[in-house]
Structure formats: structure tokens, C-alpha cells
Design a protein around this ligand. Structure first.
Ligand code: GLN
Length: 245
């Protein structure tokens, strides 16, 4: 068994220790004897949709998002659309999440996104949405809570055709108004939670590994349980922080 991960624009889209998410996936695979391969795809580089099981797109500053958006639409949109339709796992965090939608507003500018999810991100008067956050999600194996941290100026609104990743228990989520967080389409997930998301929510990391491998193997693999005492402590700490607000 092998999990093949590609990070898109890791040089530009990697704020808040987003790289930790990849390391965490790698360790959890290696601890179970599952091979792990890592690739990066940056500006100007094409993407081979069939060559990866899990595609990762981290958060970014507005400046970097502007550069990445144009490049990604021209060099990778087609391959990403194919990968998503084919059930590849995509995890896009914060700035990366915003770029999954139709557009991202930046001052007076409207930047075109990938259009892989029916959503748009706009600017509204008011402060950045910053703080600890907890959401409830269900990825087909029962409701679970994710705890994390969010920091975004953009407000994301889902269109009719989009399904949220989950609902907000604490924090702002997509826009601080409708109680929704993130987006989900097939095995593509977009979320504002980072900082870093997976080490604080080991269950989610395993679920993504499972979904990604199931696509290649034809059925979900049996993932050996690991000693998650540190991971549970990290989750509990993020959970308590979210409760405190
Ligand atoms: N630049 C985006 C915003 O502020 C995303 C920030 C991020 O990835 N943390 O809305």
C-alpha cells in the first residue's frame, strides 16, 4: 500500500504550520507500514490527475493567493477537476479553500478561482475572523468534532449547489453569520480550520488516508490503531481553547 500526496504551491501556500499536516499524514502512514510518497507542484507546473491520491492546498496571504490563483487556473484546473470527479481526496485550508470557489475578492479586485465548488469569498466591513473554532462534521462514519484555529479576512458564502463540511459549534466558520463551515464535494474538503488541523484532529487524518487508499484499492483498508495519547491531548487542548472562545 502506498499513499501518494502532492502539495500544491507549498512555497507560497503554507502559513500557520500547514506543512505539519503533511508530516502528520506521513508519520501515520509510516507507523502502519504504509508507503508514503510526497510531491510538490508549484507555479507553471502541470498536474497529473491520476498520479496522486491526496492533494493538499494550504493557506496563504492575499499577495500569494493572487499569484497562485492565476497560475492554478491556467495550469492545474483541468487536472484538479478530473481528480475530484474521480474521487481523489483534496484538502484545502483557508486561503486554499477560498480558491476552490468561483471567485475571491481582494480590495476592488475579483480574482477568479478554480470553480470546483459553488462558493464565493467576499469582503465585508468588520474585523478579520480570528480565533479558536470547533465544528461538527460527518464524513460518512458518524458525527465528530474538529477543533482548530481560524484567521481570515474573506467571508465565504456557499451557493445552492454546495454542501458545507460542517456546522459551527464555536467560532466564525465561513462568514460568521450562517453557522456553516467549509465545503465538501465528493472527497474534496475545504475548511478554514488550520494551525495545524490534522495533528489536532488525528481522526480526520486517518479518515482522509482511508478515503484516499479506498479509491485505489477498491475498498477501505483496515488502518491499525495507533497510540494517540499525545494526539488526544492536542485535540482536548484545542477543544478547551474553543470553548473558552
Ligand atoms: N488571505 C486570506 C484571508 O485573509 C486567507 C488567509 C489564510 O489563509 N489564513 O481571507
Amino acid at each position: 500500500m502506498e499513499l501518494r500526496v502532492v502539495a500544491l504551491y507549498p512555497e507560497q501556500m503554507n502559513i500557520y504550520a500547514d506543512r505539519g499536516n503533511i508530516l502528520f499524514l506521513q508519520r501515520r502512514c509510516e507507523w502502519r507500514g504504509i508507503q508514503f510518497s510526497y510531491d510538490a507542484s508549484g507555479p507553471g507546473e502541470p498536474l497529473d490527475a491520476a498520479a496522486h491520491d491526496l492533494i493538499y492546498l494550504g493557506g496563504g496571504q492575499d499577495r500569494d493567493q493572487r499569484i497562485v490563483a492565476g497560475d492554478m487556473v491556467s495550469t492545474k484546473r483541468q487536472a484538479l477537476a478530473e481528480a475530484v470527479s474521480d474521487g481523489a481526496v483534496v484538502l484545502a485550508v483557508c486561503g486554499g479553500y477560498q480558491l476552490l470557489g468561483q471567485s475571491y475578492e481582494l480590495g476592488d479586485e475579483r480574482i477568479e478561482g478554480l470553480g470546483l465548488a459553488d462558493l464565493e469569498t467576499v469582503r465585508e466591513p468588520g474585523p478579520r475572523l480570528i480565533g479558536n473554532v470547533e465544528i461538527e462534521i460527518d464524513l460518512g462514519d458518524g458525527p465528530t468534532r474538529l477543533a482548530g484555529f481560524e484567521n481570515h479576512g474573506g467571508r465565504t458564502y456557499l451557493g445552492e449547489g454546495a454542501r458545507p463540511l460542517g456546522r459551527v459549534i464555536r467560532g466564525f466558520g465561513n462568514n460568521g453569520k450562517d453557522g456553516l463551515e467549509g465545503v465538501r464535494r465528493e472527497n474534496m474538503i475545504g475548511t478554514y480550520l488550520h494551525g495545524p488541523l490534522l495533528p489536532k484532529n488525528a481522526w480526520l487524518a486517518d479518515r482522509l488516508i482511508e478515503l484516499a487508499l479506498a479509491r485505489r484499492l477498491g475498498s477501505p483498508p483496515d488502518l491499525a490503531p495507533l497510540d494517540d495519547s499525545l494526539e488526544s491531548a492536542a485535540h482536548q487542548s484545542a477543544h478547551r481553547a474553543a470553548l473558552r472562545g
